[in-house]
Every structure is written in structure tokens, then in C-alpha cells.
Design a protein around this ligand. Sequence first.
Ligand code: ADP
Ligand code: MG
Length: 707
Amino acid sequence: MSLFYNTSVQYLKGVGPKLGQMLERRGVATAGDLLEHYPRSYEDRRSARNIAGLRADELVSLVATIMRVSSVPMGKSYRKIYEVVVSDGSGKLACKYFRVPYKGYFERFQPNMKVRVSGRVTEYRGKVQMQHPDIHFYDEAEEDGDKILPIYSEIDGIKDGKIRSLIGQVIDKLIDNPAPLSDVDIKIGKSKGVPDAFPQWLIKKYDLMNRGEALRSLHLPEQGESLQYIDYKTKAHERIIFEEFFWLELHLARKKKGIQREKAISLNKPSPLVNKIKSELPFILTGAQERTLTDIFTDLKKSHPMHRLVQGDVGSGKTLVGLLACVHAIENGYQSAFMAPTEILAEQHYKTACKLLNPLGIKVSLLIGSLKEKHKKEIYENLTSGETHLCIGTHALIQDRVEFKNLSLAIVDEQHRFGVDQRSKLKRKAISPHFLVMTATPIPRSLAMTVYGDLDVSIMDEKPAGRTPIVTRKAFESKRDKVMGFLADQINKGRQGYIVYPLVEESEKIELKNAMDEFEKLKKMFPKFKFGLLHGRMKSDEKDAVMREFRDGKTDILVATTVIEVGVDVPNANIMIIEHSERFGLSQLHQLRGRVGRGEHKSYCVLMLGYAMSDVSKLRAEIMESTEDGFKISEKDLEIRGPGEFLGRKQSGLPGFKIANLIRDQKVLQASKEAAFELIDRDPELKSDEHAEILNILQRNTEFTVG
Ligand code: ADP
Ligand code: MG
């Protein structure tokens, strides 16, 4: 019988109805599905070694015996670290997992089982270990020596060997000896061998392997390329990984093309005021600020709307960049809007804006919920008449009653604090305004490209000159008195400080109790100091009142839950103590720490650790001690948590990749993105014959719902 890509697995030799149904239930219904059941790893039998001889950074595979399998909770979260300890007589090796490779992975292992462990050796605190190695049962029969072997995820208990042989059969009949096509076959649209949707120009330009060849090589590894296989770096891997990214990128490219078809006001007059402001600042802009402004001005001059994300680390000076963009729009004769997530932040921006812009005759207004009705009305009128050039505000800005005369630029600060709805409501205050979103929660470039693929991204990874580094140290309970004494010293010198408590999600009541109890204790401990208390249960005007007092120096120490995370700029505050820091994620710790180190005084951040902390929380604390670079921190965070967790499962909307990995395969992702965007440039509607199959696949797959 001839075999086609979409022939049911039932027709394969060795597949009865029962096995056929089992495979189908797990999504392996056709010969093609089997080929797309990629090996989850490879094993290099030739680099077999013993544990005592391991060196960091080597890729190895060795036979050992399981000693124990254990798990420890990671901080207070529901997640755990798993540890499998194995021994081979020469030594012991700890295998650590920060996530479960697949369901049931650890349950399979029992003490004394003989297994094969394959992966990269890492070093932690002077000892070798492995993180996320591949462990599977040692099978005497398969140990045929000199080989690199593909390892498959189990399908409902079907053994590796069986899967391997079925795939071998498909490769033989479909790729090596494809059946000639009959007239009927051609009529019903069958294609010989493995179909390939990519047009020739794309395959040539991006130097890709042909699809059938690539699939063959994934399953039947070329001997002599074992390291490349284990690292997923062969040409075959490149082709298949490229393809996985491609469908996502193509979706984003089409979305972006849609935006480019919208018409916007081209703000193409020069703006001398921007230069005047720059020349009068007490500092010069950083290179990153200049680059970002160039990006923005280039966008604003176009006749389709800007759609740009500024990813800037905490304290990189995004506000100024946003305000200068507004000035450009205003000099072109149009209004701007600048939305921030809290009143205190909106006020802060308003103050900055007034100081810079009022002397130039630019009229700025502040629109926040807590204003008196009369005052709000006045602002509404000034916006409608065009009297106000720039309106800075909170969610109050997106109320229906707010109407602009001629809004052309909308900016959202700390964009991740707003919902999609809120952002688009601001956008709808004009027909198609230029749109700029800013965030201080950097995510690694690799993810930004996919998650924000329809936005252009400017990166501000440079801090203004003259900032003194923040000294970060972890401390255990036994050092509490010393830490508190240090805090008191700083306050006595006239500085201010933060003490932060974790938000315990399961019970807001406990959180409240913690912060409040501590608040009372601290007041007794330091009767001379003035304390403020800030927590999530307070109304926003209460919070703002407490924040204002702190900003104005009326309180010395702010005891707070994580509500202080966003954007607040109090340069005199130079010390932060984070209690139970093991309960915070890395990016949250980084955001929190960003509240200090904003003035001329040397700053400190103390990470208090409970004794019940896990390896991961210690690792996080050590990462925090080692760097202040938000981009590096986010890379590490991504490494520890994996993309799904990192972005939040629901939020991410990323389709599951079978083989592609956003961290490992960044180069391929970049190329794939270029290719997808180039394709849409060449053939926006995918009308040409050579792109017909791409269009076909795109229309069948509606799972790409990113953004
Ligand atoms: P973020 O990027 O976190 O929003 P801000 O815009 O709040 O940072 O800026 C932090 C501080 O840095 C502000 O006090 C701002 O005036 C100052 N600042 C901005 N740009 C520069 C610069 N180029 N040189 C020195 N200080 C700067
Ligand atoms: Mg900011």
C-alpha cells in the first residue's frame, strides 16, 4: 500500500485497531503526525562517563542507579523543585528540576533502578550537578554501543522502541521510497512524500533544509554530529524550529500590516522646542534615550500610526522620553495624552511636565479621580476646546466624558498595569492616534519579539550617569537586629526607608495582619521615627495620602505590601528591607528595589530570608546581589521559570512549541521573524501560487491569539 503524509496510522504495519486508537487519542493520527512527533532529546552513547570525572559544562550521558527522588516546595508557591540523586559507584550526582518535564516523569523512578542520565553538567557552589537532564530507564537490549539515539516522549506507555520502529517505517515509505502518484491521487490533492509549504525563494534565502530531509535527519541522526543533535543545533533542527516560529511570526506580521494600513496624522514639522528643552536640562540624555527618541520621531512622521513599546529598566528615564514625544506632537499643533496607573504617579509626571513645559507656553492639565467635580468639568472643557495641550492622568482619562479636540499621541506608562480594554479605550479617544506604551518590567528580547511582535520595540538598557550602585545583601533572621540597627542609622542621618512585606495571595487577611502587626512592633521599637503604612486593602485616595506624606518627607519609614511597586520616585529614600524575600519573584524584587538608588545617597537593599527557603529562592537572592540590570534579571527569571510561567499562563497566549525554545533558539527566531515579515511585504494577501499552501495552513490554524 502506498503511504501519504495524511494516511491514517491504522494502515501502518504493526498497528492494530487498539494501538491506532491510542495514538489517535494522543493526537498522532496520521503518518505525518508521527514524523512530527519529534525526539525530545538525543543520547550520545560515546560520551558515556562516570560521575567522579564530570566537569562543568560538559554534555554527557552515563549509566547510574537511582538513590532517591525528592521534592521541596519553592517558597510559598504551589510549585516545587524536584531532585533525583543518582550514583554510579564513583560518586553521587544531584539532578535538579525547576519544573516537571511532563506529567508522571518523577513518579516513574524508584530507588535502585538503573537509568541513563543525559544532559549538561553545571556547577553550583563548587559541586557538579545537572539541571533538567534527561533520565530514562536503562534498557540492556538497546545498549548497542556506538550510536546517537533519539529519545521520544512516551505516548500512553508505548515504548520508545515501538515509536522508533513506526517512525522508521514512515520514513522508509514516505521519504526514501515515496509511492508514485496516480491520477486519482493528484486529483484529490495528495502529494508525494513530505509536503513543504515554504516557497523556494524562502528556502534559498534563509538557507533551510528541505522539510522531508530535515524530518528524516531528526529521527535518524547523522552519526558524527552527536553534540549538535544534543544541543538542537543541526540544520535539520534549524529548519523545523524555524517553521514552528514562522507560523506565529506570520500571524504577527499580518496583524502589524493591518496597523500600517491605518491612516494617522503625520507629525512631520520640526520641533525646535524639543531641542531647547534638551539643551536646558541639567543633564544630558543617555544614548538609549536618544535612540528611543529617534525611533519615536521617525514613527510620528509617518502617515500610519506609531505602535511602539518602550522597554526601559527602572530609572532609565522613560518619563522624559514620553514628555518630549508629547512636545513634538504639540508643536505640530495637536494634543497629547499621558496615562499612568496611580494618582501618585500621575501627579509625579504632572509636576515634571509643568516644570519643563509651562515656561514654554505649553498648557498641561492633571486629570485624576480625586479631583472635585467642578475642577474636572473645567479640565474637560479645556480638552474639548483645545486650550489644554497635554493631559496627564489616571483611568480618569478614559471616561466617556473626556473628549479631545485633536488628540494625536496617546502614551500609556507602566502599560502592564492596565488591561487591554483600558489601553484601547485611550486609543479610541482619537481616530488612530500614535500610540506609545512604556514598561519598566523588561522581558528578554527573545520573548518581546514574539509577545509584542506587532509592536515595534525600543529598548532602554542604560541608566543615567552618576547613579551609585545599590548594595544588595541577603540576610537571615539571626541578623535582624543588625539590619534594623543599620536602618536606624540611615534614618538618623536624615534618609528614609521602605520595609516591604509579601502579599500572601491565599489570604489577604494574613497579609494585612503581618504588615499591621509589624507596623505596631516597629513603632514601639523606634518611638522616635514616624511610620507610614500602605497596603492593598486601602482605598486609592488613602494610599495616595500615605504616599504623599512619604514623598514630602513627613514620614521616615514606609511599611508596605507590594503596592509601592510602580514608578514612585522618592530620591531621599535610600534603604529598602524586603521581608520574606523568598516569596517574591525575581522581576518583582527588581521592581521593588528600583524604588531606591534614585538620589545622590548610597543605597541599600536587604533581602530577608526565612529559614524555610528553597534553593531557588536563594538563587534568586544571589542573582539580585550580583546585578542591577533588569534585562539580565529577566533572562535569569525566564531560565528558572520557563516561558509559560514567566509570562503567566493565561496572559502569554503563546502557542505551545513542540521543539522550538524561545531561549535556546533566539537566532532562529530572529531569522524566522525576518522571513515572515518579508513574505508579508512581498505578498501581503498571500495571493501568489507559490504561497498558496502557506495561506492554506494559516487559514486552518486559528490558535495564534497573542497580544
Ligand atoms: P523610569 O524609566 O523608571 O520611569 P524616570 O523617568 O522616573 O525613570 O526617571 C528617573 C529619574 O532620572 C528622574 O528623576 C529623572 O529626572 C532622571 N533622569 C532622566 N533622564 C536622565 C538623564 N539622562 N540623566 C540624569 N538623570 C535623568
Ligand atoms: Mg516611570
